[in-house]
Design a protein around this ligand. Sequence first.
Ligand SMILES: CC(=O)N[C@H]1[C@@H](OP(=O)(O)OP(=O)(O)OC[C@H]2O[C@@H](n3ccc(=O)[nH]c3=O)[C@H](O)[C@@H]2O)O[C@H](CO)[C@@H](O)[C@@H]1O
Length: 364
Amino acid sequence: MQRKIIIAGGGTGGHIFPAIAIANALKKIDANTEILFVGAKGKMEMEKVPQAGYQIEGLEIAGFNRSNMLKNLLLPFKILKSLGQARSIIDRFQPHAVVGVGGYASFPMLRKAQGKGIPTLIQEQNSFAGKTNMILGKKAKKICVAYDGMEKFFPADKLVVTGNPVRGNITQSSVTKEEALQHFGLQSGKTTVFAVGGSLGAKAINEALHPLLPAFVEKDIQLIWQTGKPYFDTAKAAASAYSSHVKVFDFINLMDFAYKAADVVISRAGALAIAELCVVKKPVIFVPYPFAAEDHQTFNAQSLVMKNAALIIKNDDAAAQLGNTLFSLVQNKALLEQLEQNIGKLGNSNADMVIAKQVMTLIG
Ligand SMILES: CC(=O)N[C@H]1[C@@H](OP(=O)(O)OP(=O)(O)OC[C@H]2O[C@@H](n3ccc(=O)[nH]c3=O)[C@H](O)[C@@H]2O)O[C@H](CO)[C@@H](O)[C@@H]1O
């Protein structure tokens, strides 16, 4: 039997890349499986999913806009329209199961699938569940989670603790450090820092790094600086005088190369960033995004800090503390080794396959 599966959701890399990891694992189990992604028009998934070799359809759905209330007037119509679109996608594609990874498109797709009696599975990346996932969880068959204690949000009998699915090109990367450095136009044998602000970039990390650029050159330390789109032009202009040591990108497609090149990482504490850093075993300074729901990034980062597996700087302290913390860490071999060893113990490389098997079980 050819299995047909819809994977719905997106909005940020933290939803899209686990979705792609699950799709790849489903294909590994049975190459004949047909997979259709459903995302939200205009969002990052509409570009990243086709790049990964999968088909995607976009729904006309948006989230609640907190900064422009007028934009919310159309929201009820958009939700209704997207529910209609979801119904016609299901009628046309006839999926055997629908997987929700969170983000705008998850809700209409899973809601409609559940209404039609099609089995659904939710993959919740965070230690705090979003509201839509909690609603959808009531009728989902399985809920795959990465943290303990999720019965606060979901029916306990549906929970499976699988960990977050990390993409195979990160778990099975074969690139060498030299190749990775060369790819970024950097030199071997020099300490290299990779700064990454989650899939959208991080203002606080960018603003803290900006005045430190001369220090990178003085100390002969190289920097791969992922800025996100909004800060890219500013960063590019600022780095032009330091281009021997500082390489600026709005988004990194080859994350395995960036991780491999790095001796130290500065990162937001999104759930997937953490799962990946544990797999690639890199010493990291987290600067959690403080406005994520229930401040879950701080909670995520703290769980590693408590195990001496990472350092943390608060968002508001980044400008004042990032330079000192970073430059003293790169000189402290003992601490680097301790962080590397401890974070490495937390890595989980096969969550993608475990989740894919759960999806296949739903279909039978
Ligand atoms: C601001 C916010 O609300 N962020 C949330 C969002 O974050 P965000 O999308 O930033 O999340 P994560 O750190 O979890 O994942 C980022 C993903 O994008 C990839 N990547 C990132 C940068 C880049 O240049 N290239 C690239 O490929 C990473 O390898 C990773 O796979 O979803 C996560 C998972 O639900 C949540 O934990 C975060 O709190």
